[in-house]
Design a protein around this ligand. Structure first.
Ligand code: FE2
Length: 289
């Protein structure tokens, strides 16, 4: 294969160089890219020059692009592109999500069919900060102490976009208001806590501090304590890779196997990114021991 794959983190995350994603990939190239990405969980393609249409076309090879519920932050003419940005319109309203998810989360896990993957393209990045940090939930599950593992196998947890709002807001950066119509489109859902990946056959822990708020068939306090223990375990340094952006990076992550968060930066600098989000199926429970 013409491109090169370099490992970035100790256990996961890879850099893919020597491929131009602005042109259509052959089936063979696409299969190799897909395998490299899913294997690594997080893959960055360096030095890409992508128009919005080219980014959407690349993402579409993997599945149907999701149009985000926060419609005011979609790129005009390209509703498949969600803007993560601290730019402002002339009237002062934000152009995109400014906080860009500074709490740990898996994209759109509050939906019955969460996003399979997300592709984020760096248009403008600040000179420092504004990193994206990832946690490998496969490794987190594999190293879970037995007492915690027994409590998550076969169990389901509840996810919501708004339940943890206050806590997410306090992380920093604030979050934009959700309109009544947008709220109507949001439902609370349950997903297996140990999720199978139908493409790789791997299993991963599937709970996140941003959107998971309760454990099914467990009283509230016990569920919260269990979730807190899982979050503490899965965000330990050993499971984390921090992506320091370069201009024109296209960063791809598999929401089934990693969770992520953004770090802060000096708001005097512009951070402007284009995200495409790929639809996934209903999370499947991994076969458990
Ligand atoms: Fe996100």
């Amino acid at each position: 294969m013409a491109f090169e794959v370099n490992r970035l983190g100790d256990r996961f995350a890879a850099e893919i160089v020597g491929i131009d994603l602005s042109r259509p990939l052959s089936d063979e190239e696409f299969a190799a890219v897909r395998e490299a990405w899913f294997d690594a969980g997080v893959a960055v393609f360096r030095d890409q020059h992508l128009t919005p249409a080219e980014q959407v076309a690349f993402s579409r090879r993997f599945g149907k692009p999701i149009v985000h519920v926060m419609s005011q932050f979609l790129l005009p003419g390209h509703p498949e592109i969600l803007l993560l940005s601290n730019k402002r319109h002339p009237d002062g309203t934000p152009v995109g999500f400014e906080d860009a998810g500074r709490y740990w989360h898996s994209d759109i896990s509050y939906d019955e069919r969460p996003a399979m993957g997300s592709h984020l393209y760096a248009v403008d990045i600040p000179p420092a900060g504004g990193d994206t940090v990832f946690a490998d939930m496969r490794h987190a599950l594999a190293t879970l102490p037995d007492d915690l593992r027994r409590r998550v196998d076969g169990r389901w947890a509840r996810h919501s976009y708004t339940r943890n709002w206050r806590r997410n807001e306090t992380v920093e950066g604030g979050r934009p208001a959700v309109s009544a119509e947008q709220r109507d489109r949001l439902r609370e859902v349950s997903h297996p806590m140990v999720r199978g990946n139908e493409d790789t056959g791997e299993e991963a822990l599937f709970v996140n501090p941003g959107f998971t708020f309760a454990v099914e068939d467990m009283d509230e306090a016990e569920g919260e304590a269990l979730l807190a223990a899982l979050f503490e375990h899965s965000t330990r340094e050993a499971f984390v890779y921090t992506h320091r952006w370069r201009p024109r990076d296209l960063l791809c992550w598999d929401n089934r196997t990693v969770m992520h968060r953004a770090t802060s930066y000096d708001p005097a600098h512009t951070r402007h990114m284009h995200r495409t989000t790929i639809a996934g199926g209903r999370p499947v429970q991994a076969a458990y021991r």
